[in-house]
Ligand binder design. Sequence first.
Ligand code: SF4
Length: 339
Amino acid sequence: MITLHQIKNILNDIRPESVEELAQQAAQLTRQQFGRAISLYGPLYLSNFCSSHCTYCGFHSQNKIQRIKLNPEQYRKEMQFIHAQGIRNILMLTGESYKHTPVTYLKEAALIASEYFQGIALEVHPMETTEYKELFTAGVDGIAVYQETYDRSRYAQVHLSGYKKDYDFRYATPRRAAEAGMRQISLGILLGLSDVATDVFALYEHLRDLEKSFPGVEYSVSFPRLRTVKTESLAVCDVDDVQFVKIIALTRLLFPRVGINLSTREEPQLRDHLLEIGITRMSAGSNTSVGGYTLLEEKEQDPQFDIKDERSVDEIIKLLKSKNFDPVFTDWRHIENSL
Ligand code: SF4
């Protein structure tokens, strides 16, 4: 088991050979465990109504943006667009609003999504086990819930109001999702919100604890970076590319079987490089606005965050193939979920 002190030493070691060595070991282990397969998924924003105020997010409740919640006809159109590009795993996202996007709404979206997609995951407000069970039987296989930071005092500073303010309820969310039968659970931290080594260490502890209790679940982790700060949010530290590469590599070395996701927040060049080291899942052709694929013009859109990699699904597939990777659209064929 790695200590916090060791993580700090690794991240602070600026010798080029240290990152190279770590990256090479991680690359080898990734190839042994995952071959050259990279799973692709598409995000679909269903709603940007949110009752929480997180200082780093454009959807927060105090922000005067156009609030939109897609109706079934609208999200079906968005799903058809994503499906037509070849994507078969979908991640459906909302702001955190129990009022605007209750379980009934999410269930209906999941049922329609199951007409088009083999894998259906949600990144929405945390729920109770019984609610996750309802979603599971409607076809949802995966839940993404990021703690953002494990530093309680920093957590309180950046989560000002709403349900997301409740640190403990959020921390226990992956456990409730696993109890409900979810096959895939994704954890994450927003790098830059607090001390990086401490957050990475706490994420590893969280993950280990879940692995012990629910060994059958397929876990993955995400490390979005908080870098551009436009409003009142404050990044405590800027995680540079070298540190970022080290975090990916270290995660692979400590958790050989865990999936590592990479979003389109990162620049194409870095995304391509990280593919070799430890990434196993990536989004492609993404849009982070509600209705962004088919319903709204670009000037009308309010994205949750800026995308750095704007390549289409086709371009990502070509890139993967040119680097001798196998793009994977279906790593799981959907069966009827029953309890
Ligand atoms: S991070 Fe999630 S909960 Fe927080 S403001 Fe954004 S959408 Fe709402």
